[in-house]
Write a protein that binds this ligand. Structure first.
Ligand SMILES: Cc1ncc(COP(=O)(O)O)c(C=O)c1O
Length: 399
């Protein structure tokens, strides 16, 4: 595939992992680039040389700049960003800091991520909220007409997953946002799998909260993530837990919350990883999210096409326009054992179990599936390697 805009040789040269095989699992934890690796290791080295507190003082501008980078990536302001250790922590901060009363309703989607759904269940049990699932239309994406009809004065939040953990589906996050705005309902968007593979603009999406991770399509270090909180929401939201970073202890009997989204953070942090996250975000921004999307989606389309030619193989992706996550099942191979075998032959993909998206898995009667996600630094040759490895496994299982 020719990409006029991404210098594939350059990005591959800056991705040391490409020398060790075909890593086709950006939706799991993508290969980091050498600038990210350098940022993390350089920062750690400084900590070892002059001390952690001292480096944080010396590097305060760079560390503050990470908020600017993330804000720029999603069209937000730096004061609307909290840096957290993963997407789940970010999502939970928004969800658990929102108060509900018994009978309040939350609308979610069939592709909702397991971590989010168990949190709904906990609050249903604890706080008496009702969870209602927006049905999917014929293409598998959220049915917007159905969503409209479900709204009443008891609906206090729409919380959906934009791109599920295990498939090509892209839910209509912007259209959902328009409905949420029109009805004045809080909108919490899980953008964990969208961030880094396509443009994300919070104003366009109309969301109040957006959670995301660093290690997937953004190619940041593990243990990084962030939460966006719209300024208007910040003014009225009390974090579910606070410490003396999120709130100033101003009198023996009184505290004052920080004015910005950092009220959802706490005092101690992995600054080396933050340094890496900042570099990963800038790397993606510099390449351009449109061209990243074009190339990653294009490679995924190529992969789906090749999978369709393999015997006994069924691609399971939903949606009209499909993203860079590809899932499939095979009549001849068990995913977990095959993934292990492929990895020992230098091809990395994954397996995804029904519990990550239980509603969708039950509805479609899905077993454990194969999961892969090419990113812009991958090549068609690497996909060909995957396909011939799979064809080989199928052949062996049949003889
Ligand atoms: C859709 C979705 N949301 C949330 C998460 C959780 O992200 P993290 O592991 O960074 O908390 C994942 C992880 O796979 C995911 O796929």
């Amino acid at each position: 595939m020719a990409s006029e805009e991404i210098d594939i040789n350059k990005v591959r040269a800056e991705t040391p992992g490409t020398k060790h095989g075909a890593h086709l699992l950006a939706c799991g934890s993508a290969l980091t680039s050498s600038p990210v690796l350098d940022a993390v290791t350089d920062y750690l080295r400084l900590e070892s040389e002059v001390g952690g507190y001292e480096v944080a003082q010396d590097q305060v501008e760079m560390l503050d700049g990470v908020y600017d980078s993330v804000a720029k990536l999603i069209g937000a302001q730096a004061n609307e960003i909290a840096l957290l250790e993963n997407a789940t922590a970010a999502w939970c901060m928004a969800f658990y800091s929102t108060s509900f009363k018994p009978g309040d309703r939350i609308l979610t989607c069939e592709a909702e991520y397991g971590a989010n759904y168990v949190a709904f269940l906990q609050r249903a049990e604890r706080d008496g909220i009702e969870i209602d699932v927006i049905p999917s239309g014929s293409n598998g994406a959220i049915d917007l007409d159905a969503l409209e009809t479900m709204i009443d004065e008891r609906v206090k939040m729409i919380a959906i997953t934009w791109i599920p953990t295990n498939g090509g589906l892209i839910n209509p996050a912007k259209e959902v946002g328009a409905i949420a705005r029109r009805h004045g309902i809080a909108y919490l968007l899980d953008a964990c799998q969208a961030i880094g593979q396509m443009p994300v603009d919070v104003a366009d999406l109309g969301c109040d909260f957006l959670s995301a991770t660093g290690r997937k399509f953004l190619r940041g270090p593990r243990g990084t993530g962030f939460l966006y909180v719209k300024t208007e929401r910040l003014e009225t939201m009390e974090p579910v837990m606070i410490d003396h970073f999120s709130a100033d202890w101003v009198e023996p009997d009184r505290y004052v919350l920080r004015p910005d989204a950092r009220r959802f953070e706490n005092w101690e942090n992995a600054y080396a990883l933050r340094a890496g996250l900042g570099v990963a975000v800038d790397y993606a921004t510099d390449l351009g999210l449109e061209v990243i999307q074009e190339r990653a989606f294009g490679l995924a389309t190529y992969l789906r096409g090749e999978l369709n030619n393999l015997p006994g193989t069924t691609v399971r992706d939903l949606g009209s326009q499909q993203c860079a996550i590809v899932t499939w099942t095979s009549d001849d191979m068990e995913p977990q054992a095959t993934v292990k075998k492929l990895r020992s032959n230098g091809v990395t993909i994954g397996a995804s179990g029904p519990n990550s998206t239980l509603l969708d898995s039950r509805r479609r009667n899905l077993p454990v599936m194969f999961r892969a996600a090419p990113h812009y630094f991958n090549t068609e040759d690497e996909i060909d390697c995957l396909i011939s490895a799979l064809a080989n496994e199928i052949h062996q299982s049949q003889t």
